[in-house]
Design a protein around this ligand. Sequence first.
Ligand SMILES: NC(=O)c1ccc[n+]([C@@H]2O[C@H](COP(=O)([O-])OP(=O)(O)OC[C@H]3O[C@@H](n4cnc5c(N)ncnc54)[C@H](O)[C@@H]3O)[C@@H](O)[C@H]2O)c1
Length: 355
Amino acid sequence: MRKVSVIGAGHVGSTVAYALLLRNVCADLSLVDLDVKKAEGNGLDLEHCQQFLPPFKLTSGSSYSLCKNASVVVITASTQQPWKTSRYDLLEQNSTIIKEIMQKIYKYAPNAVVVITTNPVDAITQVAINCSKYPETKIFGTGTALDTARLNQRLARHYNISTQDVHAHVLGEHGDSSFVAWSGARIGKTAVGSMSKTEQDLLQELFIQTQNTGKTIISQIGHTSFAIGIVTAELVRAVLNDSNEIFPVSTMVRDYCGIRDVSMSIPCMIGKNGIAKQLPLSLTKVEQTSLARSAETIRACGSHAVGLRTTDEVPSVTSGTDPKRALCRLKMRPWMMSDLRATKYNPQKPMRMLF
Ligand SMILES: NC(=O)c1ccc[n+]([C@@H]2O[C@H](COP(=O)([O-])OP(=O)(O)OC[C@H]3O[C@@H](n4cnc5c(N)ncnc54)[C@H](O)[C@@H]3O)[C@@H](O)[C@H]2O)c1
């Protein structure tokens, strides 16, 4: 029987569990949370769906033994996010949480694929990969799969077509530096690259609008859960069905378009072992710069949020680049300064990647 464990039974975790059951993705589900009442309460509520769904088994509680032999573990556990803070403000506490969880789940589900939603999802995925014994291809973050779903909904509504006929991927950071690889995008049968400049500008404007929708929802209800719930359930389904479907997810990029050693979203084929393949992209120069910028943002914001130690060890941003020169570029970019204004950024101190 295909078993899925969801760690964290808050808004996202319980919605992921609900989406998994509604879409009949798995027949054996466990829900684990430090807060045993939350796990058990949501577990009971979910069990009451039984009459209207295919048969399933559900267990809930605070013990990680509930993850035993899970094929997929979804991690949504998190410290609480006051709505005015940035995702990176969660990094320090969520890094600690994720390290503890990775150790515990490995004990009970060493063969599982691990899917992470916990924010800041790119940096947290990297922490999970660095601190665990799982092969790195078996761990990925939901990344820009949600941003892509939001964009596709917006474009489909604008053109009055089905979302199935929109083929555009949001890539890079799950955050403000994400971008759309428009050069490979299609709306229906029309390549975006062949559209007029005015039309392309409009598409970019629609993307900018969707980039802010997460913040709008959080300012209105304090969290988001429905869309990430179904996105995560679809990723789990791709793993369990070994479907090799392509999603933009946060994966450890070792050498990709000149970017090394950072977890960020690129198009990936998802199968029974997690990331079956990171797919090559043919990007324009501008898009390559956007991808590199996103990588730098993840590194820099992530490192600052967890508190930097100074060292000569600095990240290499592009392969074949002297790391110290890469840092110089990092220091001088105005957009980077604004991204970091909420942190204790000291441009005089080199950064060490702690995640
Ligand atoms: N990646 C995305 O696209 C995306 C979208 C929405 C939310 N999120 C993120 O998902 C995370 C969860 O959001 P939420 O709204 O469900 O938060 P929430 O506060 O409702 O739930 C988090 C749950 O994690 C539990 N928890 C904390 N530490 C734990 C541990 N060590 N073991 C087990 N459980 C633990 C808490 O008790 C709580 O029930 C947040 O980091 C949020 O920012 C990501």
